[in-house]
Design a protein around this ligand. Structure first.
Ligand code: SF4
Length: 375
């Protein structure tokens, strides 16, 4: 064990590191400037356990109903050997889908629940061989769809297993990751937050697929950065496909994974007694967590298990209210300063004149509204 690995093991209390999956890997990009998160994720710390121990348990996860609905939609879309899915994807990419096509279910041999490590290893090897063999060689190559592939990516020294919904190969001469999501596209528009989450998760798959092909001697650029998102149209179950360009997400992801690979830099800045062992006394654990700088933003609520703890910690700071508020207040760091400027009891520093005037106007409007008078 290297000294870095030993230090990371000490930090998490000696237990096995928590394994990342596609969702948690994608979430790493949610707040790339946060040292606290980078240290905890690099160590594979039990963040849900930590949040619980310090009195701010995480509150996210998909409902059973949403999972069932998502599985039913995916089965519908993949029915008939993926014929309708191929038509949808090909149409979106602007290529002909009437020629011969193959459908390969790479998970057909290991339907264990959950699949054991040997089965996973077998599926990863099958996926690697099948996808590498499918690298496009000519314009007349038949389309090939791969269901249940298992890809891998190194995240902070751990091998993470990733399962994209589908990989389409040899369509328009490229590989395309296909993600099937159950959130609706209504009048051509989907929830931007859900699309953004799907885009970053798809970028994780694109990166893993590029690394797989590169390791097999192929050009990683064969994997398109345009992923195909398949969702129900309006409130029916009819699928509709959209293209999402994930180049930006790939850059952010690569940067964050590189940062985690250089975890020694982060460890050098930690206090010697820093711990993220969930069995530690809660008060000591709180002190330990707050000894590492964090950058709380409202987006953390959907992406990091420590969000309620960090929000509580920053409750007196304007940064906790999100970037629009932070930018509007330009340099007014605390809620107490905001209230003093709004009340006029503090004239503010020279650089705060504009924010102070806005706050006083807002306070007047609020007072008028509460008094029931027109502004
Ligand atoms: S919740 Fe806290 S630890 Fe997690 S990313 Fe946000 S600021 Fe960092």
């Amino acid at each position: 064990m290297t000294s870095t690995a030993r230090r990371l093991a000490e930090i998490r209390g000696g237990g096995a590191p928590r394994r990342h999956n596609a969702r948690t890997t994608a979430a790493l990009t949610g707040n790339p400037g946060c040292d606290r998160r980078a240290v905890l994720d690099s160590a594979g710390a039990d963040k849900p356990g930590l949040a619980e121990r310090v009195g701010f348990p995480a509150r996210f996860g998909q409902s059973r109903f949403a999972i069932t609905r998502g599985n039913a939609f995916e089965a519908l879309v993949k029915a008939d050997g993926g014929a309708e899915l191929l038509r949808l994807v090909a149409e979106r990419l602007g290529v002909d889908s009437t020629g011969p096509a193959t459908w390969t279910d790479l998970g057909a041999e290991d339907r264990g629940d959950p699949p054991d490590a040997t089965a996973q290893f077998g599926r990863a090897a099958r996926s690697r061989a099948a996808l590498a063999a499918a690298a496009p060689v000519g314009a007349d190559d038949p389309a090939a769809l791969f269901d249940h592939p298992l890809l891998g990516l190194d995240v902070a020294g751990q091998r993470v297993h990733l399962e994209p919904d589908l990989v389409a190969a040899r369509l328009a001469g490229r590989f395309h990751v296909v993600e099937i999501k159950s959130f609706p596209v209504i009048d051509g528009q989907a929830d931007p937050g859900k699309v953004a989450a799907a885009a970053i998760q798809s970028a994780v798959y694109v990166l893993a697929l590029r690394e797989l092909l590169a390791a097999e001697g192929h050009d990683a650029a064969l994997v398109s950065s345009d992923v195909v998102l398949v969702c129900p149209r309006d409130f029916a179950n009819r699928p509709v496909a959209s293209l999402v360009d994930v180049r930006k997400q790939l850059l952010v992801l690569r940067r964050q994974l590189d940062r985690m690979a250089r975890v020694d830099d982060l460890l050098a800045r930690l206090p010697a007694d820093f711990t993220a062992d969930p069995s530690t006394d809660p008060e000591r654990l709180r002190r330990s967590l707050t000894s590492v700088p964090a950058r709380y933003a409202p987006d953390c609520l959907a992406a990091c298990e420590l969000a309620y703890f960090c929000r509580h910690e920053t409750r007196a700071e304007t940064a906790a209210l999100g970037r629009p508020v932070r930018e509007a207040l330009g340099g007014v760091a605390t809620v107490a300063e905001v209230l003093a400027l709004a009340a006029g009891s503090d004239p503010g520093a020279p650089g705060q004149a504009e924010a102070a005037a806005l706050l006083r106007a807002a306070a007047r409007l609020r007072a008028d509204a509460l008094a029931g008078q027109p502004a």
